[in-house]
Design a protein around this ligand. Structure first.
Ligand code: ZN
Length: 262
């Protein structure tokens, strides 16, 4: 697990699988953890790592309801989990979805965990809205389109945007929640990118804002091409490996209404 500091109050941890990010944000003597790493040893290390860095975690946030972002409670079992209202509704409508996703992954990789995942008390946060942390506030913005739910977190005093599964340098857009919704989220994020110093994508290393803006342009072009003529949409340069081609094929199949395994 890679750790990097993008601001004195913001540490980013990158899981060894899918480069899933977890972001610790601090104000005074209180910190929140946004999203989670995936492997058991990474989650086990997290409390001591953040304590040593003087980020006392008092609460958890998740950018959206996909299971790989929801594992914070395995590291901080007593903490409440704050999510967008859309994510809370999704978790209510599909109870056990996250646990099933985690179990499938663990079985495929022969992983063992000390305890099962319990999401505990899930707090639905109004989005758009604010969430208090110490003497400061996090700004919450709707971010649906990758999935039907989700939020981006703007850390104003650090000029850091934690955007969930958008603007990834390693993964093409997968618009499970609809291409129009995805494009609307990109449009909503764009002014935040212009004010940002750093952007933390859900998968991949922290980005300098100009790089994130380039990814936004590429992702918008890809999605517009996908919407206009799925078969002819070209993958963004730098994201054309076999796995990205597989995700693209799944995007095309989804648009044609074919059943898909991802
Ligand atoms: Zn994800």
């Amino acid at each position: 697990m890679r750790a990097s500091s993008v601001h004195e109050d913001v540490i980013v941890l990158e899981s060894r699988v899918w480069r899933t990010t977890a972001t610790a944000v601090r104000s005074g003597d209180e910190a929140f953890l946004i999203d989670s790493p995936v492997f058991p040893d990474e989650l086990e290390l997290l409390p001591s790592l953040l304590e040593q860095a003087r980020f006392p975690v008092r609460g958890l946030l998740a950018s959206h309801g996909d299971w790989d972002h929801l594992l914070g409670r395995l590291a901080f079992p007593g903490s409440a989990l704050g999510v967008a209202e859309t994510t809370a509704a999704r978790l209510r409508a599909q109870p056990g979805e996250a646990q099933r996703g985690l179990r499938d992954f663990d079985e495929r990789h022969y992983l063992e965990r000390p305890a099962p995942l319990a999401l505990g008390s899930v707090e639905a946060l109004p989005v758009p809205g604010y969430c208090g942390l110490g003497e400061r506030e996090l700004e919450l913005h709707p971010a649906d389109g990758h999935t039907v739910d989700g939020m981006a977190v703007w850390i104003g005093w650090a000029a850091v945007l934690v955007c969930g599964d958008y603007l990834s340098p390693v993964e093409i857009p997968t618009p499970d929640g609809g291409i129009d919704a995805y494009l609307a989220t990109l449009a909503r994020l764009e002014p935040l990118l212009r004010a940002a110093a750093h952007v933390i994508p859900g998968h991949g290393s922290p980005l300098a804002a100009p790089t994130a803006l380039e990814l936004l342009t590429e992702d918008r072009a890809y999605l517009e091409a996908l919407r206009a003529e799925p078969a002819s949409a070209r993958l963004p340069a730098g994201r054309r490996d076999a796995e990205q081609r597989r995700l693209h094929a799944a995007n095309v199949a989804r648009l044609r209404g074919e059943p898909s395994d991802s």
